[in-house]
Design a protein around this ligand. Sequence first.
Ligand code: ATP
Length: 435
Amino acid sequence: MPQEQLMDKVVSLCKRRGFIFQSSDIYGGLSNTWDYGPYGVELKNNVKRAWWKTNVYERNDIFGMDAAILMHPKVWEASGHVKNFFDLKSDCKGCKKRFKAEDIKEATKCPECGGQLTEARPFNLMFKTHQGPVEETGNEIYMRPETAQGMFVNFSNILDARHPKLPFGMAQIGKAFRNEITPGNLTFRTREFEQMEIEYFVKPSEADEKLQEWIDTRWSWYLDLGLRPENLRKRAHAQDELAHYAKACTDIEYSFPFGWSELEGIANRTDFDLKQHTQHSGKDLQYFDDATKERFFPYIIEPSGGVDRSVLAFLVDAYNEEKVKDDTRVVLKFHKDLAPTKVAVLPLLRNRPEIVEVAKSLAADLKKSIITVYDDTGSIGKLYRRQDEVGTLYCITVDVQSLEDKQVTVRDRDSMLQERISLDRIKEYLITKLS
Ligand code: ATP
């Protein structure tokens, strides 16, 4: 399928089935701002849960955090964001469209209308607002452009509270805001987005090795959750591309329908942040090594991924169209941990109260341990198609025969194979399949 068509199909499915909606739609929409609908929020939560499980629960050396979005304004002076977090932009004097200088290279004419472009001017990407009722310079405050700083400023709190030894890390998932010049491609680049970030503190001598370890670990995470290997690649940054704080960085890129683009960056931030915060706050953020009796600033390895970009990659990657007899079936083949709904219970005949009763009571029981929906609003063919389109793993049908033999039919989303399972074994069967 042509890549352009794929993106259009995913966008339309997202709206049609309730994954992603345009924000403030009834007012004409706020451009490049998106709301996650019933399936979208489940998918997004599953991505975040999978990340937290791998990076926090399954390790002994990473501590979870949830820092505030609003931080002391000095944080952003210390971090270098006030001075360095700029993109260069050019405006077209004709059509007024705005371009990122790096996208149009040295062009002097507008690529859209041929009009004259202004000279490239720096544009700080941080959103500014005011804290408190009076709007004056003294109480200006920023919406955080990355979650990372919330972890750096808590470095000594974690040392005091948990006494970890190097190497150790902090992990956080949360919103970040950037006044992007060229947002677009659905949720790929937006001004409000969510990040999943790890700040991993290491001895400076071990930084290169740990950077490589994290690149490999994060690479495997995407593969383990089902992204096709041919759609993933690693790209090391050239020196002139590195952020102001980084010594090295490798991006994990995904082959989106609009081209290879960054999913996650894994950077060696050196001791830049801890040193800067020590200098600006007056609080010593060095680590004391009990064994060697040395005090030093650890280096930081930072795997920083976007929740929304991952969700988009998982959606695009899962999208399949298959010929079934004379029909085309659209199916989202999500990994079982990511599928928004695991099971759908569908009565074969909705006008037979005994069947509906069995189906409803089975669904109610399954719901206690598995994300399950009950649906009797269409013919079985229609119901299957609906569940395939949102990636539901198993469809269970209750039919006339079920009333006699106390068995139901379980249909596997990917193979479409059907199996008869007895009602008293079905829950255990599904739990085993889903674990
Ligand atoms: P890009 O080069 O695409 O602007 P970046 O290198 O500035 O991204 P980082 O600062 O490394 O991004 O942020 C880490 C991650 O946060 C990115 O890999 C991406 O997944 C996510 N991210 C960054 N900016 C946005 C955005 N505007 N919209 C959605 N996700 C974003």
